[in-house]
Design a binder for this molecule. Structure first.
Ligand code: XUL
Ligand code: CO
Length: 437
């Protein structure tokens, strides 16, 4: 059965191509920075946005015209799996990612829900046997069902904590079965709206207990994928616990969990937190915690998580700069946690949007590689901090200085001279590299 009849395998046709169903910049085999673009970028398709979402928003019903709309319940779930592998293959996407509830409907009990899951997981497993497509990560949806109204691991209701544990246990077994490269924890409703009814300390302690149980269970069943936490500052709760990279790092360190986790950083979550995407990536990178990326972009005019396909070349370039400086993403990848707009409702839009995102990251990769080869920012930064390369600066960074020696130095050095940071000039150079792509 074919779901996207009018679409053939998407080919690389080069920058001059006018064919909307072709890559202009993403050439999977082209070597950039010693690896193929396919290996560098490790693109992944988000099941929820691409196959499950229907385009509904708080003001209106679903709009998405999908070839699987005629089915329901388990038949719908099976049709989505068939369609998903057709799309991965036609796009040449090496990975996909899903929440448990994206792939199979919930039953009336947890047992029934798990039985539904088992049917679909074994179908996915069969497809994976004859395909090169791999699972980048799976995760548990512990936010849609009303039982999670007060959160999951941070719920005020211990029965919900237990239910969530059962769900993640199943998720880890699924990850092992499907050979998932990573397992993701996005906080969902782990956060609070008002302190008036919240035991902040207990909720954070419980979150840490929950994560430790997950670490222990993965070890017990021999699942060795990378654990990832995905920070987000707000939405759905007013104050999400995993606010941003720095907050999440501090939480993991406080509870002694940092050696078991890395971060899955999402562009739109970064901007919601009042950071740039590259700030979050840099923070994770310098702490050895950059694990994976949810590739998307927000709308600077809107204050919520719009999950748009990434087309901003500045952002993709600066993101790829961090990723290349990190030596790549290891077991992570670039997962398009992105959805077509409600008005882009035709099935073809699923391909056109991914092509746009893949090309934007390919440009970002090539530009970042050239910037790194030419040491554009490295040289500027080394020059800006050159006062730490000798004299008193070297004494400071090598631990030979103290307040007494610094006071002595300052008293003798009455003329401090600063130099321009030259940020406009650097932005102009960045533009030159982007245009020269
Ligand atoms: C929500 C979000 C999630 C996670 C996985 O904002 O980004 O889709 O990526 O649960
Ligand atoms: Co995400």
């Amino acid at each position: 059965m074919t779901y996207f009849e009018s679409v053939n395998k998407i080919q690389f046709e080069g920058a001059a191509s006018k064919n909307p169903f072709a890559f202009k910049h993403y050439n999977p085999e082209e070597v950039v920075g010693g690896k193929t673009m396919e290996e560098q970028l490790r693109f992944s398709i988000a099941y929820w946005h691409t196959f499950t979402a229907d385009g509904s928003d708080p003001f209106g019903a679903g709009t998405m015209q999908r070839p699987w709309n005629k089915y329901s319940e388990m038949d719908l779930a099976k049709a989505r799996v068939e369609a998903s592998f057709e799309l991965y293959e036609k796009l040449g996407a090496p990975f996909f990612a899903f929440h448990d509830r994206d792939i199979a409907p919930e039953g009336s009990t947890l047992k029934e829900t798990n039985e539904n899951l088992d049917v679909i997981i074994s179908m996915i497993q069969d497809y994976m046997k004859t395909s090169n497509v791999k699972l980048l990560w799976n995760t548990a949806n512990m936010f849609t069902n009303p039982r999670f109204v007060h959160g999951a691991a941070t719920s005020s209701n211990a029965d919900v904590f237990a239910y969530a544990a059962a769900q993640v246990k199943k998720g880890l077994e699924t990850a092992k079965l499907l050979g998932s490269e990573n397992y993701v924890f996005w906080g969902g409703r782990e956060g609070y709206d008002t302190l008036l009814n919240t035991d902040l300390k207990l909720e954070l302690d419980n979150l840490a207990r929950f994560l430790q149980m997950a670490v222990d269970y993965a070890k017990e069943i021999g699942y060795d994928g990378q654990f990832l936490i995905e920070p987000k500052p707000k939405e759905p709760t007013t104050h999400q616990y995993d606010t941003d990279a720095a907050t999440t790092l501090s939480f993991l360190r406080q509870y002694g969990l940092d050696s078991h986790f890395k971060l899955n950083l999402e562009a739109n979550h970064a901007t919601l937190a009042g950071h740039t995407f590259e700030h979050e990536l840099r923070t994770a990178r310098i702490n050895g915690m950059l694990g994976s990326v949810d590739a998307n972009q927000g709308d600077p005019l809107l204050g919520w998580d719009t999950d748009e396909f990434p087309t901003d070349l500045y952002s993709t370039t600066l993101a790829m700069y961090e990723i290349l400086q990190n030596g790549g993403l290891g077991r992570g990848g670039l997962n398009f946690d992105a959805k077509v707009r409600r008005a882009s409702f035709e099935a073809d839009d699923l391909f056109l949007s991914h092509i746009a995102g893949m090309d934007a990251f390919a440009v970002g990769l090539k530009t970042a590689q050239r910037l790194i080869e030419d040491k554009v920012f490295e040289n500027a930064i080394a020059d800006r901090y050159s006062s730490y390369a000798s004299g008193i600066g070297l004494d400071i960074v090598e631990g030979r200085a103290d307040f007494r020696s610094l006071e002595k130095y300052a008293l003798e050095n009455s003329k401090i001279q600063n130099r321009s940071g030259r940020q406009e000039a650097l932005k102009a150079v960045l533009n030159q590299y982007l245009i020269g792509n």
